[in-house]
Design a binder for this molecule. Structure first.
Ligand code: ATP
Ligand code: PRP
Length: 302
């Protein structure tokens, strides 16, 4: 692509493959950031904003944003810490996907069942910076020095195989459902951190002229994320139950309450967190709510 085409455009880095890619593309579509990516091309122009998307490996995005080569990016919180870029980037929003935990794991029927048991032993991981810092603190606490310190070895993938192959006494790897860990005969003996995908911007000052466009995109993305988190719950209820009903569905600011044509009844409409909706409906039915309806949101600003 001709470099002049990028002049003046905000550069926005998106994971080019892997766990986060598909969700990012959905998020861009929800925020009406329109693009057509030619086959195998890693840079593409957004049609309805002065933005160019740059498709990069998730693990490279923190340093591209942190060094000011691109303005905005989406990647995992874990990846930012692993790249030691937490002071060079600002995490604008958590995005509610790519949620998992970075855990210390050992063989289920093996001798190492606590973090302290692993201190001084061999740990294999793709997160050698985070795991190194974590075990350095444990070594220090246990006064392990020199050759007695925990040995951290980097591998690029298939970390879960390292214990069974006899290469490691423990591993540090991401766990979401736990299927990979269980299939490899491992169990978790400690959690180093919880992570999810985040929208990040560069702290490099020469990128500051893009601030209004960054705010616009960040607000749109926040709207799409919130829309995925909430539903709208509407129901009818007797007037004398309003205070109980509003305690169950307080809404974000307050519920909307409208009179019904039928004497003594009102309709209440309120945003409810999706994960609580089944319990909320049970409680509403118990206090006499009728005609309950739940609607998904396509988009919102809250
Ligand atoms: N099982 C998972 N569940 C949820 N999020 C995950 C999971 N695995 C990884 N992630 C998140 O996605 C990020 C990228 O992981 P992913 O495995 O897709 O890497 P990748 O850059 O595509 O590397 P690779 O090419 O080795 O697969 C991780 O750093 C983490 O934030
Ligand atoms: O707890 P689970 O739901 O099983 O997820 C955990 C697995 O997901 C990630 O790998 P991924 O499947 O993305 O493949 P990778 O090993 O190629 O990175 C991670 O490295 C684990 O192996």
């Amino acid at each position: 692509m001709n470099k002049d085409l990028l002049d003046g455009r905000l550069l926005f880095a998106i994971p080019k493959k892997g766990r986060l890619h598909e969700k990012c593309v959905e998020l861009l579509s929800g925020a009406d950031i329109q693009f057509r990516r030619a086959n195998r091309l890693d840079v593409c122009l957004v049609m309805n904003h002065p933005i160019a998307l740059v498709f990069l490996p998730a693990s490279d995005i923190p340093s591209f944003v942190g060094n000011g080569d691109v303005d905005l990016g989406i990647t995992g919180h874990d990846v930012i810490l692993e790249a030691k870029m937490q002071d060079q980037v600002t995490e604008i929003h958590r995005l509610g996907f790519g949620k998992c935990a970075l855990q210390v794991q050992t063989l289920e029927n093996g001798p190492f069942n606590a973090i302290e048991d692993l201190a001084g032993k061999r740990v294999v991981t793709s997160f050698d910076i985070i795991a190194g810092a974590y075990f350095a603190k444990i070594d220090e606490r246990l006064n392990l020095t020199g050759d007695n310190k925990t040995k951290i070895q980097y591998v690029g993938g298939s970390v879960e195989a390292a214990c069974a192959l006899g290469l490691a006494d423990g591993i540090v790897d991401l766990v979401e459902s736990g299927d990979t860990m269980r299939a490899a005969g491992l169990h978790a003996i400690g959690t180093i951190l919880q992570t999810e995908a985040v929208l990040i911007k560069s702290n490099v000052p020469h990128r500051a002229h893009h601030a209004p466009l960054i705010d616009l995109i960040a607000n749109r993305i926040a709207g799409v994320v919130a829309a995925g988190k909430y539903v709208v719950c509407e129901y009818n209820i007797r007037r004398q139950s309003i205070s109980q009903a509003t305690a169950i569905t307080p809404g974000r600011r307050a519920p909307t309450i409208s009179p019904l044509e039928e004497e003594g009844w009102v309709a209440i409409s309120s945003m409810v967190e999706k994960k609580n909706i089944a319990n909320t409906m049970d409680e509403l039915v118990k206090i006499g709510a009728e005609d309950l309806m739940v609607f998904n949101l396509d988009n919102c600003r809250v």
